[in-house]
Design a protein around this ligand. Sequence first.
Ligand code: COA
Length: 172
Amino acid sequence: MQPSDSTVIYPGSFDPITNGHLDIIERAHKLFGLIIVAVADPLHKKCFFSLEDRIYFVRESTKHLERVRVEKLEGLLVDFARKKGARAIIRGLRAVSDFEYEFKMAWMNRRMHPELETLFLIPSENYAYIASSLVKEIAFLGGDVKELVPPVVYERLKDVKIDGKGPSLEVE
Ligand code: COA
């Protein structure tokens, strides 16, 4: 099957990108002409990695995919999608627990931009249980996350130190 010429947006906080996110990007890459990975600073949670780091991790991890662009997401996703001429938003669905949150977002986005579709892709079962917060917790507590994240993230997670104030990144 040839990829269509449509542009789609894959938004998220990617704090950090995991192999589960990458799996979704690779699946979308087979289907669509241009995938814009939109990295956000969400209002509903505080990210551990800076926006610059998160964008860098996604860029490095998707270097092998020629039709993937990584950008900062500012403002409303629907406005960003309009500006980019995107026809759809891609989201990954891992488990039933994702449904409620995803449906709420999809309906809200449709209210604001009725022509923009939300498409759900299902990751490989190997990644169905991965979440960025779990990966961070395991890494911060000394567990091995090599199989769960791209190499650039794995290397950076080694710079995390934990003291009385919680986890922080060692300055290079
Ligand atoms: N593999 C691994 N993990 C995945 C995953 C996959 N395929 N799909 C989702 N996740 C995880 C993420 O790691 C994250 O886990 P965490 O909370 O443990 O860190 C969680 O699922 C959800 O994160 P993510 O997919 O990055 O979404 P988000 O909720 O952080 O981001 C935005 C939501 C950025 C898309 C949303 O806030 C947005 O659109 N913001 C722009 C402003 C706007 O338009 N708001 C109105 C929206 S209606």
